[in-house]
Design a protein around this ligand. Structure first.
Ligand SMILES: [Zn+2]
Length: 467
């Protein structure tokens, strides 16, 4: 038997989270305030079906207290899923037309040995419109012995007419801490050796779904080895938290060199960059919530202790606005123009690399070249800063249009930026520094972006002057 089935909670008390749902259901059982239709909505692995089965068992338990006793005949049959009064329909498997038709026949029959006949319909949003209509007719006038528990990952796909007949409960994704508590219980009961960070990593890989987390634990424990970060990385190909932190650090410090180095390490180890992008987004989202709420709990619930401390000190230097920008960039899907890449930030490069993995637009070598150019350009921007801050600022805001033979073409927003760059002494200094960093002589060609220049208002000019 799988660990997941073996340790499936059999009482409300055993459910790890969803406190709001447990309390409401237990209270209504206590007072005998039952609904005839419930809707359980939420992401996969958050306990919807498990809760539905516990609720069904509690309704039919001969000693309802209000938890199911788990000993009476009805409870035993429910636990084994052998009760004739518990009917489970999986709408995802065949979209339910026949099942719902059959349901309408069966529902008329009184329960065989329990107070209620309970219908659990999983992934109810998958029903065809015909099946929904049939279901609605049943929900409009259900016999008093019938109870429906509908479960779905996509409540927005359920017709309003059906929704309005149900008492709705929203299941939240589990936090890493909640999952670790549950995993630890199972590991101890099964005498599986583990270290705490290993369990945290399993929880992180399962992104909020308990079922996946337990399946991973199951899979890993069969190796007989201790559950550790190393074992998980070997088995699952999860990018280590530390590598994610490195990328985060590079984003915060705008340090392209170390960002690209960390990224290329991740790639070399054979990790899937599309998955990594997801991991990084989750990580950044945790930091964003922490920045906005100021509560360290958010970090502690989701990251290991060592990483938490570093994130706290690093994120002091990053503004919420900036973080949102990075997340937005990383989350976008469109393929940006390859030529524009050198002038863009590390975030975009990450997006690009993840998409390269997906579409094979660029081969590894050209990615490395782009990476090199970007890294070198960044090195040049650093080099010029001590020479002249305002010139460095202008160069930083310039877009690199391309590189051809012995020329680097850039574009700036304003003509007085161009003038400053093309000032004889400045230009000489710039080209010297480019030569030093790129180990090659280049001429800098500067043009003014036309659209921007035209739209420049007096206010813009005034602001620039006072800057
Ligand atoms: Zn019982």
């Amino acid at each position: 038997m799988s660990l997941y089935r073996k340790y499936r909670p059999q009482r409300f008390k055993d459910l790890v989270n969803q406190e709001h749902i447990k309390t409401t259901l237990l209270n209504s059982l206590k007072r005998n305030h039952l609904s005839q239709a419930y809707l359980f909505a939420g992401p996969r692995g958050t306990g919807k079906t498990t809760t539905a089965r516990i609720l069904a068992k509690a309704f039919n338990c001969s000693k309802r207290n209000p938890e199911p006793c788990n000993h009476c005949l009805s409870c035993q049959e429910h636990t084994k899923l052998k009760s004739l009064d518990l009917i489970e329909i999986d709408a995802a498997s065949n979209r339910g037309i026949d099942e719902i038709r059959e349901l309408r026949e069966r529902i008329k029959l009184a329960p065989s040995s329990s107070p209620y006949k309970i219908f659990i319909i999983d992934e109810v949003h998958m029903l065809t419109p015909e099946a929904f209509n049939a279901l609605l007719k049943t929900l409009e006038e259900p016999p008093s012995h019938a109870i429906f528990i509908l479960a779905t990952t996509e409540p927005h796909k359920i017709p309003a007419t059906v929704l309005s007949r149900c008492q709705r409960f929203d299941f939240l994704p589990l936090t890493i801490l909640e999952m670790v508590i549950r995993l630890k219980k199972i590991a101890k009961a099964e005498r599986i050796r583990f270290d705490e960070d290993g369990l945290r990593m399993i929880a992180a890989a399962a992104s909020g779904g308990m079922r996946d987390a337990i399946s991973i634990l199951d899979q890993l424990s069969s190796s007989g080895k201790k559950i550790s970060i190393n074992l998980i990385q070997e088995t699952l190909g999860v990018v280590p938290e530390r590598a994610t932190l490195k990328i985060f650090e590079a984003l915060v410090k705008k340090d392209l060199n170390s960002g690209f180095m960390a990224l290329s390490k991740i790639k070399k180890k054979g990790y899937n960059l599309i998955h990594f992008r997801r991991t990084l987004l989750d990580f950044l989202a945790v930091v964003l919530v922490y920045k906005m709420s100021g509560e360290e709990k958010e970090l502690k619930d989701n990251l290991s202790y060592e990483i938490c401390q570093k994130v706290i000190s690093l994120s002091a230097d990053v503004e919420i606005k900036e973080l949102i920008k990075i997340i937005k960039t990383l989350a976008r899907d469109s393929l940006i123009e390859k030529d524009a890449l050198p002038s863009l930030g590390l975030e975009i490069a990450l997006v690009e690399l993840a998409q390269v993995e997906c579409h094979s637009v660029l081969d590894t070598e050209s990615i490395n070249k782009i990476g090199d150019f970007e890294a070198l350009w960044h090195g040049f921007l650093k080099e010029i800063k001590p020479y002249n801050h305002s010139l460095a600022g202008i160069m930083r805001s310039a877009r690199v249009l391309g590189k051809k033979d012995d020329q680097i073409m850039i574009e700036v927003d304003y003509d007085f930026h161009r003038q400053k760059i093309e000032d004889k002494i400045n230009l000489q200094k710039i080209e010297e520094m480019i030569e030093k960093i790129f180990a090659k002589k280049y001429k800098l060609v500067c043009q003014v972006g036309k659209a921007k220049e035209k739209s420049k208002s007096l206010k813009d000019i005034a602001l620039e002057v006072f800057e």
